[in-house]
Design a protein around this ligand. Structure first.
Ligand code: HEC
Length: 114
């Protein structure tokens, strides 16, 4: 059995693998980055994500998918809320993923049942 891959073919194969890896790391969530991004959120949602004011939902311990979905909905208009819209206006989808990962890991009365 002989493989006859040219150097060029190998190079483009490796470039492809590198691209896939780069894309994967860009889309992975980073809860540590979320900690920094969450600082302005604390004003309403509480330092620990458990706001005591009934006007602001508790988000600590909420499902990561739910949080991500909610943030995207404020951005895309599925949810219309001027307050939240203003909060997320300058954030990227990667920021949303990191914030969702961060809040999902925090402790709160909302628990994930597995
Ligand atoms: C000025 C106050 C304020 C700030 C700051 C704020 N929020 Fe909110 N947030 C709200 C209010 C009010 C709601 C409820 C809106 C609604 O009725 O849809 C909300 C809702 C949410 C929800 C949906 C919760 C659910 O259970 O559906 C998420 C997720 C959320 N905020 C995340 C964030 C994040 C992340 C930040 C920081 C980037 C942030 N918020 C900053 C006031 C705020």
């Amino acid at each position: 059995m002989s493989f006859n891959l040219s150097n060029r073919a190998i190079a483009s194969l490796l470039a492809g693998v590198a691209l896939v890896l780069a894309a994967a790391s860009a889309s992975a969530q980073n809860a540590q980055r979320g900690v920094e991004l969450a600082k302005p959120c604390a004003a309403c949602h509480g330092e620990d994500g458990n706001s005591i004011a009934p006007t602001f939902p508790r988000i600590a311990g909420q499902h990561e998918d739910y949080l991500l979905h909610a943030l995207r909905a404020y951005r895309d208009g599925g949810r219309k809320n001027a307050v939240m819209r203003a909060q997320i206006d300058k954030l990227t989808d990667q920021d949303f993923r990191d914030l969702a990962a961060h809040y999902a890991r925090m402790k709160g009365p909302l628990t994930v049942v597995r």
